[in-house]
Design a protein around this ligand. Structure first.
Ligand code: NDP
Length: 239
């Protein structure tokens, strides 16, 4: 069964691994990318790459039009695009706060709302949001990021209740620390400190996050909705 899948921020890091996993399984995959060029490995594999900044509602609308035109309505949406702007609260500007919320939370609202149009018509759909262990545990210097990622949990659970009767599922994956550009900015000392708190004693590889996402989009997960699945090496246990 080849479904129309959209992964936002699928040009690198976790999103790239997710897009690759769906494409390997034979789905019709579209990714959004914001800057640069899409990875050749994906375009060579037939993945549709659409330029889109999720903070811009008009770009989101245009991206969906192109995807629907080429792949039909989106049946599986993975809202993965996200940013950090870490700063201690006393130094955090309002722009640091609102820009992270606008990308991670409101950006997710924009892409989910638009996908729901087709999903409601089809009376089926799978939505997976990429949150973070930090949204559940908090993190010093990450009040903006944690608030945005915690917001995704309430967002998904509300939609799970609102649209469950239409056969739509909404789940959240909460990764721990993953080896991507986002965590490359951490110092070696910070990295060691994090790893020391992770029961599995290492960072995740992006493919380990992708495995949980493809499961939530699979038939095997047909009765799972409103769930928060940690993929964090045990870092957030109990949260
Ligand atoms: P990266 O920084 O490697 O990639 C982020 C992706 O999001 C890029 O594709 C980027 O596009 C895209 N993006 C950012 N802002 C926008 C925007 N306004 N519009 C469209 N696309 C945008 O991050 P990761 O792969 O590490 O993270 C992916 C997701 O996983 C994020 O939501 C992150 O918060 C979450 N996460 C990551 C963890 C980690 O340890 N790495 C841990 C827990 C959660 P571009 O290339 O143009 O910048």
């Amino acid at each position: 069964m080849s479904r129309s899948v959209l992964v936002t921020g699928g040009n690198r890091g976790i999103g790239l691994a997710i897009a690759r996993a769906f494409a390997d399984a034979g789905d019709k995959v579209a990714i959004t990318f914001r800057s640069g060029e899409p990875p050749k490995e994906l375009t060579d594999a037939g993945v549709l790459a659409v330029r889109c900044d999720i903070t811009d509602a008009e770009q989101v609308e245009q991206a969906y039009k192109e995807i629907e035109d080429k792949h039909g309505n989106v049946e599986v949406l993975v809202a993965n695009a996200g940013i950090t702007k870490d700063q201690l609260l006393m130094r955090m500007t309002e722009e640091d706060f609102t820009s992270v919320l606008d990308t991670n939370l409101t950006g997710t609202f924009r892409v989910v709302k638009r996908a729901n149009r087709g999903m409601l018509r089809a009376r089926k759909g799978r939505v997976v949001l990429i949150s973070s262990v930090v949204g559940l545990m908090g993190g010093p210097g990450q009040a903006n990021y944690a608030a945005s990622k915690a917001g995704l949990v309430g967002f998904a659970r509300s939609l799970a209740r609102e649209l469950g009767s239409r056969n739509l599922t909404f789940n959240v994956v909460a990764p721990g620390f993953v080896d991507t550009d986002m965590t490359k900015v951490l110092t070696e000392e910070q990295r060691k400190g994090i790893v020391a708190q992770v029961p599995l004693g290492r960072y995740a590889q992006p493919e380990e996050i992708a495995a949980a996402v493809t499961f939530l989009a699979s038939d095997d997960a047909s009765y799972i909705t409103g769930a928060v699945i940690p993929v964090d090496g045990g870092l957030g246990m109990g949260h």
